[in-house]
Write a protein of this length. Sequence first.
Length: 314
Amino acid sequence: MSQPHDTLSSISLSLADQDKDAFAARIGQSFSDWGFAIIGDHGISDDLIAQAEQMSRTFFALPDDVKRKYHIPGGGGARGYTPFGTEAAKDSDIHDLKEFWHIGRQLPDGHAFEPFMSANIWPEELDEFRDCYLELFAAFDKAGQRILEGIARYLSLEPDFFDDTVRDGNSILRLIHYPPVPADSPAVRAAAHEDINTITLLIGAEEAGLELLDKQGNWRPVTPKPGELAVNIGDMLQRLTNNRLPSTTHRVVNPAPERRGHSRYSMPFFLHFRPDYLIETLPQCIDQNHPDLYPEPITAHDYLMERLREIGLA
Ligand SMILES: O=C(O)CCC(=O)C(=O)O
Ligand SMILES: [Fe+2]
């Protein structure tokens, strides 16, 4: 049962409805072995995914000057459009080969978290854009909550432990376009990095390229089937769990020569804690063999700011 599995196999989220403990054991094992899990039957409808993928293709096909109207200078890419050649991984001086759009949580007017979370902007060229991605945001939130319930059970926490920690959290839906890659490009689509947040749920990784760095130091392709999610642990959850659930380094490599002429589209949802949530090592994850690696608690917001500065986005 606790033997490390040698491949990343797909886990059905519907198992959580039939046998909560079995689901928790399987995803817990997958996350502790790999920092990743492939999740099927996640409840996000095929139609919604297809519409969202189509909308992303349509948006990124707009002329450059139209897209750039939605770039907020000095906004760190928190909302709206970030052009090709802006984001670089930590300690990297070569930019990733991608452009992206960020959608944040829609807070009701006057919400206490407004100072931490900018308002969304929407492209006026695409009528259904707002509704489509707000629906996808909500669907990701719901799937994420069910996955977090499994993680809570795995860690011997109350099953609803994470509900309050992520309520109205600073989560972000990112639409990414990786354009065709010239043969002589020195850069890669996305350089090796770790995600900063709690967990990430990704649609679109069936187009090859995503790789994780395993515990032996080898790069391994992450290959969900169409419609499945690739889910990974971020630095904030790694920190909360005293590294019991690792935030695994991953990257998106350039395609084989015959696919270089094709774009790649993906849609990660970075599920975040509430900005005021204090990330303080879980006592369940500290023992004699695992002393507390993070004796200084930090709020999710302060941690995020620290990390965004490192990648040139704050
Ligand atoms: O596009 C992908 O498959 C992964 C993207 C990613 O890792 C990220 O944006 O943090
Ligand atoms: Fe990532």
